[in-house]
Design a protein around this ligand. Structure first.
Ligand SMILES: O=C(O)c1cc(=O)[nH]c(=O)n1[C@@H]1O[C@H](COP(=O)(O)O)[C@@H](O)[C@H]1O
Length: 239
């Protein structure tokens, strides 16, 4: 059975590649993420296919632009009916507020369920060295908390962050704020390009609402077995 706290990242570039993963995982996965690789290549049909399969959809396009452009961008995405969409918190409070207002207005106007809006804080591929190289002044965790609070104040439903920051975000933003954590690495998986990582159980224990897992499942020799092991670990932490 699926654990609806698990989101599998479909980082492939074709409909066929996506369909192969979705059909091989069957009922064991209920939530999928479509990111820029798949959406730029195959467009809206990716979201429609997942909806037809009865799956929840996280449309992760990480918008980052001036407030007017992002507001119109998220309005265009709202009509697709995804459950979650992302923008970069670094776009600032005016941009986040404009996006939150635009999503509310356009979902009401279209009569579709409002997608939840998530702000990406500091990408999980950053370590301290890379962070300093970009001019980051605060320690990464402090910056993440700062952006999470700003996202909440600006009307966003939650944030994307590393599982290493989940506990601090939960403390700062309260029980109802969504915390979505990529950078999940079960003990059997390779780290790849991720830097700030943790295991499925520890992310949930620290307050993550949803876990995003890509390559440890999609590139496993036996993806179904990888999902089974991850869900088994997740089930040790109550919802
Ligand atoms: O927004 C995201 O989903 C995201 C934010 C972040 O900080 N780090 C991160 O890895 N992601 C996404 O989460 C997925 C992680 O994939 P794997 O590293 O293969 O498990 C990828 O699709 C990334 O685009």
């Amino acid at each position: 059975m699926a654990d609806d706290r698990l989101i599998v990242a479909l980082d492939v570039s074709t409909m066929d590649g996506m369909k192969q993963i979705v059909s091989s995982l069957g009922d064991s996965v209920s939530f999928y993420k479509v990111g820029m690789e798949l959406f730029y290549a195959e467009g809206e049909q990716t979201v429609r296919y997942l909806q037809e399969q009865g799956k929840h959809v996280f449309l992760d396009l990480k918008l980052h632009d001036i407030p007017n452009t992002v507001a119109h961008g998220v309005s265009s995405l709202t009509k697709l009916g995804a459950n979650l969409i992302t923008l970069h918190c670094q776009g600032g409070p005016v941009m986040m507020r404009a996006a939150a207002d635009a999503v509310r207005e356009s979902s009401e106007k279209l009569g579709v369920e409002r997608p939840l809006l998530l702000g990406v804080t500091v990408l999980t591929s950053f370590d301290d060295e890379a962070w300093s190289a970009t001019g980051g002044q605060l320690p990464i965790a402090d910056q993440v908390i700062r952006l999470a609070k700003l996202a909440k104040e600006s009307g966003l439903d939650g944030v994307v962050a590393s599982p290493l920051e989940a506990k601090l975000i939960r403390e700062a933003c309260g029980p109802d704020f969504l915390i979505v954590t990529p950078g999940i690495r079960p003990s059997f998986a390779a780290t790849n390009d991720q830097k700030r990582i943790s295991t499925p159980a520890s992310a949930l224990q620290d307050g993550a609402s949803l876990l995003v897992v890509g390559r440890p499942i999609t590139q496993a020799e036996q993806p179904q077995e990888a999902v089974r092991l991850i869900i088994e670990e997740m089930e040790t932490v109550s919802k």
